[in-house]
Design a protein around this ligand. Structure first.
Ligand SMILES: [Zn+2]
Length: 274
């Protein structure tokens, strides 16, 4: 079974959830990780994970939602939510965003550093966001630089919705960070070249599912059921059976949780897939 290592299913109307999960299950996706973007969203993700077998949660403040420093009070709320159930398996979503209109960068860096420190304290991997300015792929190195400075390699994690260049992919491997592949792999030759060269042992899979009304037809929205599409593309690029991609990327996700150290997380992921 597959793990979808990054989604925002908490943003869906509650009545949609059963259908999304059923379609995921039918496609072979066994566990789905929700990423918190604010304190309120983190609470919602943890609550959903607590009462839904297939779901796991991350605690975090998204770089696009950083409106104030992640101070002791905020970190304490994230900490308590993370400790409230072993179904919290990651600090996510955090990271850096250089897009126009993104929050003040000094605030973003502070929030990212504070959340990496929280991850180290909790023994949870960091599944993080990195968005560059178009044409400046070197900006993906910034999040990796912060992770190196804060010793984020001690817990590891994944660079979610990977859109970096070869240098960023190499630095991920060096830091013990997984490259998280999503649907851009289906259409971007640069990512396909990186994926072809990168060992499967360094990759996890995701969809970054969130409501997409701009796509018009509801059928076209990305959902966790699309994870196998990414896996099939990877299998084709690497010349291996898709079952191998499934087996290795799921093992990678479990290894990521195991290595980070918080007790009970591997069992929680396995239980979600049962
Ligand atoms: Zn996200």
């Amino acid at each position: 079974m597959y793990v979808d290592s990054h989604t925002h299913l908490d943003d869906f109307p509650p009545e949609e959830l059963d259908g999304v999960l059923e379609r995921a299950r039918a496609a072979g996706v066994g566990a789905i990780v929700l990423a918190g973007t604010t304190l309120a969203s983190t609470e919602a993700c943890v609550e959903l994970a607590r009462r839904t077998t297939m779901l796991l949660a991350g605690v975090g403040i998204h770089p696009m939602d950083v409106t104030a420093p992640v101070d002791d009070a905020c970190a304490e709320q994230l900490r308590q939510l993370a400790l409230s159930t072993p179904k919290v398996v990651t600090v996510s979503e955090t990271g850096l965003d250089f897009d126009k209109g993104a929050p003040d960068l000094s605030l973003q860096y502070q929030a990212f550093r504070a959340q990496i420190r929280l991850a180290l304290e909790l023994g949870l991997p960091v599944i993080f966001h990195s968005r560059e300015i178009p044409g400046q792929p070197e900006l993906h190195m910034e999040a990796l630089k912060v992770l190196r400075q804060e010793q984020g390699w001690r817990v590891g994690g994944a660079m979610h919705y990977f859109q970096g260049d070869e240098r960023a992919a190499r630095e991920c491997v060096d830091l013990g960070i997984y490259v998280s592949m999503a649907k851009p792999l289906l259409r971007r030759p640069d990512l396909q070249a990186i994926a072809a060269a990168l060992p499967l042992e360094n990759m996890v899979l995701e969809t970054d599912t969130y409501p997409q009304p701009f796509k018009g037809s509801r059928d076209k929205w990305t959902e966790p059921r699309d994870v196998p599409l990414v896996a099939e593309k990877l299998a084709e690029l690497k010349g291996v059976p898709v079952e191998e991609v499934e087996r290795v990327t799921t093992a990678n996700f479990l290894a990521m949780c195991e290595r980070a150290g918080a007790p009970g997380r591997v069992d929680a992921v396995r239980a979600a897939m049962e």
